[in-house]
Design a protein around this ligand. Sequence first.
Ligand SMILES: Cc1ncc(COP(=O)(O)O)c(C=O)c1O
Length: 410
Amino acid sequence: MFDPYLIRKDFPMFINKTKMQGHNLVFLDNASTTFKPQCVIDAENMYYSHTSSNSGRGDYDTMYQVDQEILETRKAVAKFINADPNEIVFTSGDTEALNLVVFGYFANHLKKDDEVLITVAEHASNVLPWFELQKRIGIKVKYIELTKEGRLTLENVSKAITEKTKVISVANVTNVLGYFVDLKPICDLAHEKGILVVCDGAQSVPHQKTDVKQNSVDFLAFSGHKMLSPTGIGVLFGRKELLAETEPIILGGGMNETFKLDGEIVYHKAPQKLEAGTKNIAGIYGLHAAIKYLEKIGLENITKYESELRAYAIKRMKEVKDIVIYNENAEAGIITFNVKGVFAQDLGTLLNSKGIACRSGNHCAKLLHHQINEIATVRASLYFYSTKEDVDALVEALKEGGNFLDAYFA
Ligand SMILES: Cc1ncc(COP(=O)(O)O)c(C=O)c1O
């Protein structure tokens, strides 16, 4: 098992930004984005300092090196999730990947009244593209009921399926409640009925081993920046035969074989046809370095460590008077809470004044209030470099904050 204190030496943010508001910096907003290790920053710098060129079969050395690195990164991403390299499309992030699925594939494969199943716990990126398709072609977005606790169950998926269901699009781990969804039985059920499954992996891929062959999802989206990589780089995995039928939503250089005066275009095969324009090459270098780093630590170790730290955090947070925890039994290192009578944003501001970065608000899951009856919450989210001291600092701040906020609201 790794030592989170030693690991922090790899992250310049832990060295350069030790204080916030005069207090030791405690970063508990990892579901939003993660810190980057030096090796990722070095990899980006390496591109800009040593091989800076565009990509796409250039006839000179540095461009060849860039092409090779893109190829190697595609292979590394594929191995990371047990896919084939040609099933990996580089995007700017999870959001673009989901938009590509919805507008590149489903816009051409769904018709009026076809039903798409999502849940009220989804992030905006897995809701709004479907709403737009509803407006454009008249599909129906329907909601799978969650349990009282907020979990997605196979039973409820089964109940929600009708003859018109064509897609199930859900997060593997939701970004506010943090429950893990076992996708394999859902995919098995869906596939029996000719339904495709789209997985939003933004909160799962960085924290646990992902195997798209084992769980048999049809599409999987995730973002690099939530797993140590630079911002602006993400991935869409799609099964080969589905990517072959996915239309580009952005057209231009790099994605076509030829085009003619009369407007005829011949596209490259996927994934290239879905990657028009100059890619985020530095981001790809960084993503490769991040994957190597995560593999060195081991995804199983990361999952185990976060689970133990979460259990510690829940135990300690329960010491806080009037705390309401919305997802006490969740699997992911996401803990969502409020203090009774205190507005979440005020709590977030108070935590900031003590050097603690937590997210407060609706966390882009603006339908979730239908489930938890709360518009705004505070979210503390862990990664493998989070420590018990981070949790202790949060708990002490909340305890002290209680008095301050009592006075504030008196
Ligand atoms: C579950 C989930 N889906 C999608 C996204 C969007 O990710 P990005 O902004 O990196 O595209 C997030 C980001 O918080 C998320 O948590």
